[in-house]
Design a protein around this ligand. Structure first.
Ligand SMILES: O=P(O)(O)O[C@H]1[C@H](O)[C@@H](O)[C@H](O)[C@@H](O)[C@@H]1O
Ligand SMILES: [Mg+2]
Ligand SMILES: [Mg+2]
Length: 282
């Protein structure tokens, strides 16, 4: 039977590749840096330009589809996931890396229908690696199938995480407490690529056993969640139980055993949800 969403997925791959060219070209120029929620939450004109490039091209081809885009939400668009076909876009995942030319930068596009991710496309544009996943059909990097690692012993694992862009002292305290707990299991090492999407691709590729983070957004992890699960991995909330992509908390691991072990080490907290109603102004 023909795949209902194949056309949309092909378009996502093509537009992610085009967006990657724009990002690579922009790396040759001066990058004017602006800030959003805090002085370390960075955005550039390239983030905004790439998001518009993706949204305009999708609107032209699929005029009835909806969008959740990082920079559109920052500009005041709602962040609500409905049952409608919805493109969940992070135009540059790893903006801080992009600003500093640290070589992991991704374009991340998840596509959801009935609140279920149907496909995920992550283009790691400085490595020229195109990660794709279609629900029920596996995950791939440049066309080669991906498989999570089979290590069951967390003491022989590499774990990925990030510090995020909150500098709220209580959150920072908990992030460091969790990091200490994980590091001192002990694990072989802790790493972070500086992008949630590429960290999740690393889980899917088998070079790290798990990635966890509190503070990410739905656009950081929508595509990656399917890449991980289609490569045989598992997703979990940081307190165990089912992951909720709007909750800003995630554990993505090669196995339930490793995910549950990570959960035990996490000093959890709950940032404001992505779909929380905007605060009332008097
Ligand atoms: O670079 P962006 O799209 O802002 O995403 C990053 C996020 O801002 C950070 O908080 C996370 O730690 C990174 O993992 C995200 O990829
Ligand atoms: Mg991001
Ligand atoms: Mg981004």
């Amino acid at each position: 039977m023909a795949d209902l969403w194949q056309d949309a997925m092909d378009h996502a791959v093509a537009i992610a590749r085009r967006a990657g060219e724009v990002v690579r070209e922009a790396l040759q120029d001066d990058r004017k840096v602006m800030t959003k929620s805090s002085s370390v939450d960075l955005v550039t004109q390239t983030d905004q330009k790439v998001e518009q490039l993706i949204i305009q091209s999708v609107k032209y081809k699929f005029p009835t589809h909806s969008f959740i885009g990082e920079e559109s939400v920052a500009a005041g668009e709602p962040c609500v996931l409905t049952d409608r076909p919805t493109w969940i876009i992070d135009p540059i995942d790893g903006t801080t890396n992009f600003v500093h030319a640290f070589p992991f930068v991704a374009i991340s596009i998840g596509f959801s229908v009935n609140k279920q991710i149907e496909f995920g496309v992550i283009y790691s544009c400085l490595e020229d690696k195109m990660y794709t996943a279609r629900r029920g059909k596996g995950a791939f990097c440049n066309g080669e199938p991906l498989q999570v690692s089979d290590r069951e012993d967390i003491k022989q694992s590499i774990i990925a995480t990030e510090f995020g862009s909150s500098r709220d002292p209580e959150a920072v305290e908990k992030i460091f407490s969790s990091l200490r707990n994980v590091l001192c299991i002990p694990v072989h090492g802790v790493r972070g690529a500086g992008t949630a999407a590429i960290n999740m691709c690393h889980v899917a590729s088998g070079c790290v056993e798990a990635y966890y983070e509190i503070g990410i957004h739905v656009w950081d992890v929508a595509a990656g969640s399917l890449v991980v699960s289609e490569a045989g991995g598992v997703l979990m909330d940081v307190e165990g139980g089912a992951v909720d992509l709007m909750s800003r908390r995630i554990v993505a691991a090669n196995s339930r055993t490793i995910a549950e072990r990570i959960v035990k080490q996490i000093d959890s907290f709950s940032p404001l949800r992505d779909d929380a109603p905007p605060p009332q102004t008097l």
